[in-house]
Design a protein. Structure first.
Length: 176
């Protein structure tokens, strides 16, 4: 296989492996230059070659060598990843600033009410069964039911039941 293989040649596992060994260092280098992170660059290279394996027709040998194509796609993917991480960081900052503004605008009475409500919820949670309390607290920390099942070793259906019963009991205690 030369530097300009036909897309059909990339369907062969042996030729694909040869292309990976030959061109992944250049792709990795292009991604590292953008991201400055070797682990993230390796993820980008894996994505590039996975796409090339799944859609070899995306590479057109008439437009240039495979080495250039792989490096160009890796650089573009790295830029996308970098932009996404920057956007996510800015969104997190905006949410934090909004929360600070909201807290600053909150009156002393509203703050006291919010804190008292939090104490009531914590007292109610202490009165429900431990497994239900654990499931509710893990849900509140952002874990989904499947993640809670993996973390606790409980079956998914059991986790869903614990969350549902825990919410029901907590609501009843808070309403009383």
């Amino acid at each position: 296989m030369g530097d300009r293989p036909k897309p059909t040649e990339l369907r062969s596992a042996q030729e694909f492996e040869r292309a990976y060994r030959r061109f992944s260092p250049g792709a990795r280098s292009a991604a590292v230059r953008v991201l400055g992170d070797h682990a993230a660059a390796e993820d980008v290279v894996q994505d590039v070659f996975m796409d090339l394996w799944e859609r070899p027709e995306a590479y057109d040998s008439r437009r240039g060598p495979l080495s250039s194509y792989v490096a160009m796609v890796a650089r573009a993917r790295a830029i996308d990843r970098w932009r996404s991480s920057r956007a996510q960081g800015r969104a997190t900052e905006r949410v934090a600033q909004e929360a600070e503004r909201h807290e600053a605008q909150e009156s002393a009475a509203e703050g006291a009410i919010r804190k008292e409500r939090a104490r009531q919820v914590m007292r109610a949670l202490q009165r429900i069964p431990r497994a239900q309390r654990e499931a509710l607290l893990l849900t509140g920390s952002g874990l989904g039911h499947q993640e809670i099942a993996l973390a606790t070793g409980a079956p998914l259906g059991t986790v869903k039941g614990r969350v549902r019963l825990g919410l029901k009991k907590t609501r009843a205690l808070l309403a009383a």
